[in-house]
Design a protein around this ligand. Structure first.
Ligand SMILES: NC(=O)c1ccc[n+]([C@@H]2O[C@H](COP(=O)([O-])OP(=O)(O)OC[C@H]3O[C@@H](n4cnc5c(N)ncnc54)[C@H](O)[C@@H]3O)[C@@H](O)[C@H]2O)c1
Length: 271
């Protein structure tokens, strides 16, 4: 099971969101892998927009540190940190149910492994599919009934351009992310008339600890290959991904569902 650390404050503040606007005030969000990297940027965006955010991460200390920082900066922020391994499917379901109901679900937790497919083992496959795909199924399965009952919900799954284009040295990861894309579109189809949208954000190379780890495994040439594959010729930032998520969970995006939004410097152009 998961440990819970709550860092809430109830007083209102006008300093937390840009211009004082809090378009997500009163919405409750659950973000997996929100302790660092892209997930942390998403948590910052959602909290700044006024949402109550549950950060669910393997790294409880990192999640608590972020929750504490956001609460200190904006006393109105209600940010909660819980320890969760999303590949523990029962724990993932319980984490969502125990902290819900949620208006917003962002499945961001993910891991990569740089290896040619023939060098991977069945244990690698299970680990990569468990975290990157099955964890998404578990949290979504737990969150959807309450969204359906209330006739509103926003689901954003963080996949990868690898899920559309494939990726040398990351075949199993790409398979999992391709699965996330097909799954999300299916959820969009099943829930289109129930007030629920489901979309994918597909990052390209983003400057995070995950990418730095991949570069350590794959060498500097991998970094050059990744930036070279973008039209922009550079790495993206976590906040550039978070901005896309913030749009997709906003009221303005109510007519956007079943889409895959690449945030990849044009890497997926034409896919
Ligand atoms: N960084 C990139 O270039 C890139 C590109 C495409 C897609 N993505 C995707 O974006 C998402 C975030 O990636 P990132 O680069 O920020 O990664 P990161 O490694 O920097 O951060 C990932 C976060 O997820 C948490 N996490 C890892 N395994 C977990 C688990 N089993 N249960 C719960 N939490 C777990 C980690 O503790 C960490 O806080 C991932 O789904 C990744 O596949 C990243």
């Amino acid at each position: 099971m998961h440990a819970v650390s709550s860092m809430n404050a109830q007083t209102s503040s006008s300093s937390s969101a840009a211009g004082g606007a809090r378009p997500l005030a009163g919405r409750r969000a659950f973000v997996t892998g929100g302790a660092k990297g892209i997930g942390a940027a998403i948590v910052r965006r959602l909290a700044a927009a006024g949402a109550d955010v549950v950060i669910a991460d393997l790294d409880l200390g990192g999640a608590q540190a972020l929750a504490g920082e956001l609460t200190a900066a904006a006393p109105s922020a209600r940010v909660t940190a819980i320890a969760l391994d999303v590949s523990d499917l029962a724990a993932a379901r319980h984490a969502v149910l125990d902290t819900g109901p949620h208006d917003i679900l962002v499945n961001n937790a993910g891991v990569d492994q740089h290896a040619w497919f023939t060098q991977t083992t069945e244990a690698d496959w299970r680990r990569l599919l468990g975290i990157n795909l099955e964890g998404v199924l578990a949290t979504t399965h737990a969150a959807l009934p309450a969204m359906q009952a209330r006739g509103q919900g926003r689901i954003v799954n963080i996949a990868s351009e690898a899920g559309r284009l494939g990726s040398s040295g990351a075949a199993v990861y790409a398979a999992a992310k391709g699965g996330v894309i097909a799954f999300t579109r299916s959820i969009a189809r099943e829930n289109g008339r129930k007030g629920i949208t489901a979309n994918v954000v597909a990052p390209g190379p983003i400057d995070t600890p995950l990418l730095r780890q991949a570069v350590e495994q794959g060498g500097e040439r991998l970094l050059g290959a990744m930036t070279g594959a973008t039209l922009a010729g550079r790495l993206g930032t976590p906040d550039e991904v978070a901005a896309a998520v913030a749009f997709l969970v906003s009221d303005e995006a109510g007519y956007v569902t079943g889409e895959v939004l690449g945030v990849s410097g044009g890497m997926g152009c034409g896919a």
